[in-house]
Design a protein around this ligand. Structure first.
Ligand code: PAF
Length: 277
């Protein structure tokens, strides 16, 4: 496995390889969720490149950029064992040199849900993902559905800018209690983990809850349930059109609904989502 640290090394590597190239963009602290994206890339492509870069542009000053788990050596060992072809692990200066002044911004879909609570987030994500696409020129790129809105935003960016990359969403990987795997789960105590494991069970009830009332009533009922289950704050519970996250006003045969949640356990913010069954 090649570990590429500079743009020159990446360019030389890119010229050397041929066939379909799959990219799995990550911020490291790899878990089974990332590994499932890598396995999907193996099955679709000739070459799989994993990027590891904790991107400061998608963190607000009060967020966890400094404490975000960093374990490059351990991650590289995992990736080597899996037979990943190359890791792109650039330095900060390589990605954001001092004179860096450009960003990529998608409007509309970025201003709701996550975007209304983390206004800096999506512009940081679309800028770095666009840079990774330009640097690596993959044929396909793989993103987990756990960050469902992020996936939709990146798909929109690729459509709007005619970027020749297939953006592929992969199912959420969960622990045996249904908790969506996330690098940030490392921040949770054992007691908090058992509360966090209720999150998926609560949103699974959305279909039944909706039978008893409107979309708004269902959202409020699920929010109450989260608060009484031990979550300390709920940013949103939203039942939205799964395609573009626009509002829905009830069940409709031709519209798939996605239930999306962001809730806190103390300082730790968790997100999850699932298709309404
Ligand atoms: O989902 C993530 O880990 C990050 O947002 C991404 C896509 C790697 C961009 O930094």
């Amino acid at each position: 496995m090649e570990i590429l640290r500079t743009l020159d090394e990446l360019r030389a590597y890119r010229h050397k390889i041929s066939g379909y190239v799959g990219l799995v963009p990550t911020m490291g602290a790899l878990h089974e969720g990332h590994l499932s994206l890598i396995k999907k890339s193996f099955s679709d492509n000739d070459v799989t490149i994993v990027s590891i870069f904790v991107n400061p542009a998608q963190f607000a000053p009060h967020e966890d950029f400094d404490s975000y788990p960093r374990q490059l050596e351990e991650d590289c060992k995992k990736l080597d064992r899996l037979n990943v072809d190359a890791v792109w692990a650039p330095s900060m200066a390589e990605i954001y040199p001092k004179d860096f002044h450009t960003s990529v911004k998608v409007s509309g879909i970025t201003e709701i849900l996550e975007g209304s609570f983390r206004p800096h987030f999506f512009e940081g994500v679309t800028t770095i993902v666009n840079k990774l696409f330009m640097q690596i020129q993959p044929d396909r790129a793989y993103f987990g559905e756990k960050d469902y809105q992020q996936l939709k935003v990146i798909q929109k960016m690729v459509r709007d800018l005619n970027i020749a990359v297939d953006v592929i969403g992969c199912p959420i990987v969960r622990d045996d209690q249904g908790l969506a795997l996330s690098s940030r789960n490392a921040y949770l105590s054992d007691e908090q983990i058992s509360i966090a494991q209720r999150l998926n069970k609560i949103i699974k009830q959305a279909g039944d809850v909706l039978k008893a009332g409107s979309i708004k009533q269902a959202e409020l009922a699920l929010k109450d349930e989260l608060m009484s289950s031990g979550f300390t704050k709920v940013d949103y519970v939203a039942l939205r059109n799964a395609y573009d996250l626009s509002e829905v006003y009830g069940l409709q045969d031709d519209i798939e609904i996605r239930v999306l949640v962001a809730a806190y356990l103390g300082p730790v913010r968790l997100i999850d989502n699932m298709a309404l069954n």
